[in-house]
Design a protein around this ligand. Structure first.
Ligand code: GLC
Length: 425
């Protein structure tokens, strides 16, 4: 009996290995000569391609990539944007396909949901919502993924679909997440931020608990005092800029001009309200009074990723990179001098590869080439030990923690591709 089952299993494993080696053979060749880096590269492609799945589902109609086939078995919004960015270097059609369920799941009011559960029962259990998706969104990285895809190969049909959808999505932020109408949107739920348990939200959660009525008048579903987050608004700035470029490309000149002006106004507000000259850092602000949430996190580096920071501000941010965030595995989710820093805490000090990716491209954008090279080399060295592609890493030891084979950690592929070309030759 056991032998029979094992026989089937071995045949299955054989077929799987065959499929995977076929898929891997089509992956771009590793750009580096070093054996360990080549192994990491192949391992990451294995993770991303084998986490892709097809399900029979009314919303998940197209194949998509699970963040992890062991634990996170739904489609998530910002995860899929990261997956598409990496997939676009493999097969641009696959990258587009990764985003189609997200456009399809868009709600009539314009919101693109946070996650699409495999079953309504799961969604009810987690969120008490009778749908496949809760009432939240997630960090708007989608436009960045769309831009990457269209840069590889322009496709008018896809561009139109993305433009319509992102324009509606952006208006949803203005209507539903910007009660003070200052052009800066707020997170009203810690899970919406993607940074679930972050120290950034501790006081905001306490504020809501003390006086829920105060916040629920504008946001009935709020689970924390609304926070105009620096990463959220950096991404919205980019989304508005990308919408402007798309509108031009699609021959909608007037709309393009409107989006460009809106993007610029967003950047001005971020600089005006979120920069603290004394400490030389960007912070989140409370929507109610624009006072700063004085918690230093790598979310500030998204102002460099987006191109919002002034050059001298970027220089000061880079000083913080080394003083506050240069741990064994760099970029702990909160500064290591924060009393709440915990190198293994979930979003409270562990390191995540998506934040490394934003910061890497931010450094490149501002010409901090040796810093970008150093960041890439340090992270690649640690991930290549194994190799591992884990959900996150203990920032003080570099030990892989969280779930194994986590899809967005394959963003290291995008970093290696760039770093190898520029710095490792
Ligand atoms: C965790 C992360 C969240 C991510 C999700 C799926 O909940 O905190 O940001 O989207 O996992 O990977």
């Amino acid at each position: 009996m056991a032998e029979e089952a094992l026989g089937d299993l071995l045949a299955f494993l054989g077929r799987r290995a065959e499929w995977l080696s076929g898929a891997l053979a089509r992956a771009p060749p590793p750009p580096a000569r070093e054996r360990k880096v080549r192994e990491l590269w192949r391992y990451c492609w294995y993770v991303l391609l084998s986490n892709r799945c097809i399900v029979d589902h009314p919303v998940l109609r197209k194949p998509f990539t699970m963040p992890s086939k062991y634990v996170f078995r739904h489609q998530w919004l910002w995860d899929s944007a990261f997956h598409a960015i990496v997939l676009s270097t493999y097969d641009v059609e696959l990258a587009k396909e990764e985003l189609l369920n997200l456009f399809h799941a868009q709600k009539p009011d314009g919101r693109i949901p946070h996650e699409i559960f495999l079953s309504k029962a799961m969604c009810r259990a987690f969120w008490s919502v009778d749908d496949y998706s809760p009432w939240t969104t997630q960090p708007p990285v989608l436009a960045v993924a769309v831009e990457r895809i269209l840069e590889k190969r322009f496709d008018e049909k896809f561009a139109k679909l993305a433009y319509e959808s992102l324009a509606k999505y952006d208006r949803w932020f203005s209507e539903r997440r910007d009660a003070d109408r200052d052009g800066l949107a707020a997170y009203i739920d810690y899970l919406e931020s993607g940074w679930d348990d972050s120290v950034r939200w501790d006081n905001a959660r306490d504020r809501l608990e003390l006086d829920p009525g105060k916040y629920r008048a504008a946001y009935p579903e709020a689970r924390m005092a609304p926070v105009e987050a620096v990463d959220l608004n950096s991404l919205l700035y980019l989304q508005r800029l990308i919408l402007s470029k798309l509108a031009t490309r699609l021959g909608r000149g007037e709309e393009s001009e409107e989006w460009r002006r809106f993007a610029e106004a967003t950047a001005v507000k971020v600089r005006e309200l979120m920069w603290d000259e004394r400490s030389g850092f960007y912070y989140d602000v409370y929507e109610e009074d624009h006072s700063k949430v004085m918690v230093k996190t790598p979310a500030a580096f998204l102002t460099m990723f987006a191109g919002i920071a002034e050059q001298d501000q970027a220089e000061r941010l880079v000083e913080h990179l080394y003083s506050d965030f240069w741990t064994t595995f760099p970029l702990p989710t909160v500064s290591r001098d924060d009393p709440k820093y915990n190198p293994r805490g979930y979003w409270r000090g562990r390191s995540w590869v998506n934040l490394i990716w934003f910061t890497y491209w931010g450094l490149v954008r501002y010409g901090f080439n040796s810093e970008a090279r150093e960041l890439a080399a340090r992270v690649v060295e640690l991930m290549a030990e194994g190799p591992t592609c884990s959900e996150n890493y203990d920032s003080s030891t570099g030990e892989p923690i969280g779930v194994p084979d986590y899809s967005w950690s394959t963003l290291i592929i995008d970093i290696v591709a760039d770093a190898a070309r520029k710095y490792w030759v």
